[in-house]
Design a protein around this ligand. Structure first.
Ligand code: FES
Length: 106
């Protein structure tokens, strides 16, 4: 059986940083070889998807970064910038740990 994880990145900011964050996350998933993993014997595929406002605007419009939600975990990250993509992919996707530095309450 295979399952999937999705990283939904808000692209509703005026700055358009969300598009750059999504691109950086996709690049890092590929670069770190984490688009497909086997976790606890199950195939897990991670995809990045852009979306409209996630209703987390205080974490999106007031800083230089974008908000994103990881499903199925339901972890919410705020003010994510393209430069954070490598660390976020390593920790959240690769190690299955919450990147506390960027975590916000949903
Ligand atoms: S504008 Fe990004 S969450 Fe609303």
């Amino acid at each position: 059986m295979s399952t999937s994880r999705r990283l939904f990145v808000c692209t509703h900011q005026k700055s358009g940083v969300g598009e750059d964050v999504a691109k950086a996350l996709k690049k890092e998933l590929k670069h770190q070889g984490l688009k497909k993993q086997v976790v606890d014997g199950q195939k897990l595929r991670t995809q990045v998807q852009t979306c409209d406002c996630l209703d987390l605007c205080r974490n999106c419009k007031k800083g230089p970064g974008a908000a994103l939600i990881a499903y199925p975990e339901g972890t919410v990250y705020g003010n994510v910038r393209p430069a954070d993509a490598a660390e976020l992919v390593t920790e959240h996707v690769g190690r299955g740990k919450v990147l506390k530095r960027l975590r916000v309450e949903g």
